[in-house]
Ligand binder design. Structure first.
Ligand code: ATR
Length: 272
């Protein structure tokens, strides 16, 4: 029996209940998955309740992804590297924090563009928030050769470079993002720019190599202006919806022992 939920504030927009309930049904695993609105001041008390109610675990979303760390008894490598936890597994009353975003980022690329070779590749990451850290972590694990990071606030990109302490990472100015397009195999937008209700990401793809792929973590709209521009130029694209779906898989596996698949039916339901 899997008993899980997502905690956040707000949490009603979360697609996690839909995704995990779909898998419970598909794999005929008894269980529940709910959305629980938790204000920051109630985080510890609410988590204690979940433990006492024998929950298998829970997902964590804004604004708790960093604060939850202090409540975890242990963390996996990914959560340590990224500095945030998005999934908690409860076992013997102990909390283990995971971060499945790097897995989701890389699995999405592998699924959407199976021919793209990450090993030895050069990537440009736009942004320096939690999603950028997950992308960096995943790309380093995939043995890319070079990661350029451009962020409006340069210091935040410098912090990532310092935290991952590898000479594969190079920080460039936000204003140098277009020039850098001539040197990379993969462009990844990890900012919220281009999302419904947010400003557009301003970038001209003129310098982008013909064989480079463009990835967006934004999934509303499904095809962002960035992806559309890349497609029109004839470049390979990797839409953000796949990251949302794939990041959920290791959580479901940790709670049930079954590694679920992302199916066209699941994608259809999430988009509906
Ligand atoms: P998350 O953890 O989900 O990645 P975040 O930490 O809020 O979210 O990061 C949002 C990213 O979008 C940041 O890199 C942010 O740039 P700053 O570090 O300079 O804030 C970027 N971003 C948001 N609005 C932006 C804008 N108008 N122009 C450029 N970058 C922007």
């Amino acid at each position: 029996m899997m008993r899980a939920c997502v905690i956040g504030n707000p949490v009603s927009h979360s697609k996690s209940p839909l995704i995990h309930r779909y898998w419970l049904e598909k794999y005929k695993i008894p269980g529940t998955y709910d959305a629980l609105a938790v204000a920051p001041e109630n985080l510890e008390a609410e988590v204690e309740k979940l433990v006492s109610q024998n929950y298998s675990g829970f997902n964590v979303t804004i604004p708790h992804k960093e604060k939850i760390i202090a409540l975890c008894d242990e963390r996996d490598e990914s959560a340590k590297k990224i500095g945030a936890v998005n999934t908690v597994v409860i076992k013997d009353k102990k909390l283990r924090g995971l971060n499945t975003d790097a897995f989701g980022f890389i699995e999405n690329i592998k699924t959407a563009q199976p021919g793209l070779k990450l090993e030895g590749a050069a990537a440009l990451i736009l942004g320096a928030g939690g999603a950028a850290r997950a992308a960096v972590s995943g790309l380093l694990d995939a043995d890319v050769q070079r990661i350029l990071i451009a962020n409006r606030t340069r210091e935040k990109a410098e912090d990532i470079a310092a935290d991952f302490s590898t000479n594969k990472i190079e920080v460039i100015d936000w204003n140098a993002r277009e020039t850098a397009l001539g040197d990379i195999d993969l462009l990844a937008n990890t900012t919220a720019l281009g999302m419904k209700g947010q400003p557009e990401l301003e970038i001209s793809l003129g310098n982008l190599r013909g064989n480079a792929a463009v990835c967006d973590i934004v999934y509303a709209p499904l095809e962002t202006a960035l992806l559309r521009a890349a497609k029109e130029k004839g470049n390979k694209i990797i839409p953000g919806i796949g990251m949302l779906l794939h990041q959920a898989r290791p959580a479901f596996q940790a709670w049930t022992g079954t590694m679920p698949e992302v199916t066209p039916e699941l994608e259809k339901r999430v988009l509906a």
